[in-house]
Design a protein around this ligand. Sequence first.
Ligand code: NAD
Ligand code: ZN
Length: 245
Amino acid sequence: MIDKLVAQLKHARRVTVMTGAGVSAASGIPTFRGDGGLWRSFRAEELATPEAFERDPAFVWEWYEWRRAKIASCAPNAAHHVLAEWSRRSPHCTVITQNVDDLHVRAGTERLVRLHGSIWELSCWDRCGVAPWRDERVPLVDRPARCVGCGGIARPAVVWFGESLSAADMDAALRACACDLFIAAGTSAIVYPAAGLLQHAKACGAVTAEINIEPTPASGAVDLAIQGAAELVFPQLAAELPRLW
Ligand code: NAD
Ligand code: ZN
C-alpha cells in the first residue's frame, strides 16, 4: 500500500493532506477519542461546547489551561516536519488540519488551513467586534481570561461542537479538494464537515488515501487505506520520493 501511495505521490501535481488529532499523538498530545482523552472523567464533547462555556466559563477554561500547558511542553514530530517540507517545496501541496495545537505552524507549514482554529488564540465571548488575538502565556493571567477589547469574558478561538467553521477556512479547504491526491491522516473521519472533505475530494476526481493506526469509517471508501502511524508513514513516503515537487 505504501508503494502504491508513493506511485500516486510521484504522479500527482496537486496534493492535499488533511490531518487530525492522531498526527499529534506521537508528540504527546492526547486525542479526544481513545486512551488519555479524558480530563477528570469528562468527555471532550461535554466541555468543548458553547453551552458548557455559558454554564461555567471558569471550568471550561481550566480544561483549556490544562490542554495549553500540555501542548506547550510538546514539539512537532516527524509527520509535521515532512508535511512542512512538502508545503515549502510545492505551492500545490496544501495541508488542512483539524488540530488546534499549532504544531504544523511550529514545524513551518506554509498555506496551512486551520479548520478548527487555534488553542493559542482567544476571541470575545460577547462578540464585541475585536479581532481574535494571540496569547501564548501558560497559565493565562486572568481566570477566566478577559477580552482585550471590552474587558468581558474571552474564549478560546477554536470551533466547538455545534459551531460552524469560518467561511474563509471552509472555502480554502473546499478549493484544496480539487486535487489529484487527497490524504486523510490521523483522523477518525467522524467529525463533519471535515469528514465530508474526503468525500468531496473523491467527487472532484481525486485519488483518496488514509493513514491511520486503525480502520475508520472512511477506510472502506478510500482508494488506499494505509494502517500505520503518521509519524512513521510520512517519513517513509518522504524517503521514497525524489525531490520532484
Ligand atoms: P480525530 O477524530 O481526528 O481521531 C484521532 C484519530 O487518530 C483516530 O482515528 C486514531 O485511530 C488516529 N490515530 C491515533 N494515533 C495515531 C497515529 N500515531 N498515527 C495515525 N493515526 C493515529 O480526533 P479526536 O481526538 O477524535 O478529536 C476530534 C477533534 O477534536 C479534532 O478534529 C480537533 O479539532 C480536536 N482535537 C485536537 C487536538 C489537537 O489539536 N492536537 C487533540 C484532540 C482533539
Ligand atoms: Zn470583547
